[in-house]
Write a protein that binds this ligand. Structure first.
Ligand code: 6PG
Length: 235
């Protein structure tokens, strides 16, 4: 079931999102001694990551994964790892979180995706492994992570992480698949700006491969919160 939260302006939306992630981290550390968080890329989450760095006061035993990554060097301006490094990691207290970068530029994308899946399975039990919280963005076309409209990757049932040729540059990407995302204890989808209003409306309109974000809910028992600012809110 998708819970829609209209959080107000951009700052309020970022703070609400950061608070959700911080709460999931605190619960996971208390209940299981560690937290596994997957992060979104793009531009929107930067404000959220800066706030998150400040409101989480203990990052030990917090594992940061990437729900998707572009196949570029980690220091490339298009790298999602660089986005997180310059926002969340730059402000996080010591000891820092345990970051798991995707090495999609250093090796063949398919091999990098397979290696990332091995690393995730080694760190997190279960089949599929259960992330404590996964932050996702939303594209204007309804994509999320690097799951793009009508891509065959949307039909994947076994693999947790695959390489894709997306429709948003940089085109070569690695992405978590629906089986992994649907298994997360909580999904938080963050979307801001009037340009996302159509995709939000489509996302809550029922599952279709045309709108990958609409497929996150699977059998309807996934805890999904869609957090939007007032300009993106459905009418
Ligand atoms: C990526 C993202 C992607 C992003 C959306 C929204 O690597 O591009 O993970 O899914 O979240 O495209 O991007 P913006 O936040 O820049 O609008």
């Amino acid at each position: 079931m998708i819970q829609l939260t209209v959080a107000g302006d951009a700052e309020a939306t970022a703070r609400t999102t950061a608070e959700r992630i911080a709460a999931a981290i605190a619960d996971a550390r208390e209940e299981r001694g560690a937290a596994h968080v997957s992060l979104a890329g793009g531009r929107t989450p930067a404000r959220t990551y800066r706030i998150l760095a400040r409101i989480v006061n203990d990052w030990s035993d917090v594992h940061l994964w990437f729900g998707d990554e572009r196949c570029v060097p980690l220091e490339d301006p298009d790298s999602n790892h660089r986005l997180v490094a310059e926002t969340l990691l730059a402000g996080a207290s010591q000891p820092p979180p345990l970051v798991h970068p995707v090495l999609g530029a250093e090796e063949d994308p398919a091999a990098a995706a397979a290696a990332y899946e091995v690393e995730l399975r080694a760190a997190l039990p279960g089949n599929p492994p259960q992330l404590d919280v996964a932050l996702l963005g939303l594209g204007e076309d309804g994509h999320t992570a690097s799951l793009f409209p009508n891509d065959p990757v949307l039909e994947e049932q076994e693999r947790l992480c695959l390489s894709v040729h997306g429709t948003k540059p940089p085109f070569e990407r690695i992405t978590f698949t629906l089986p992994l995302l649907r298994a997360a204890r909580k999904l938080v989808v963050l979307a801001e700006g009037a340009g996302k209003a159509w995709a939000i409306q489509q996302m809550i309109g029922g599952p279709t491969t045309r709108i990958p974000a609409s497929m996150l809910d699977g059998s309807g028992d996934v805890d999904i919160e869609l957090i939007v600012d007032h300009t993106a809110a459905p009418s």
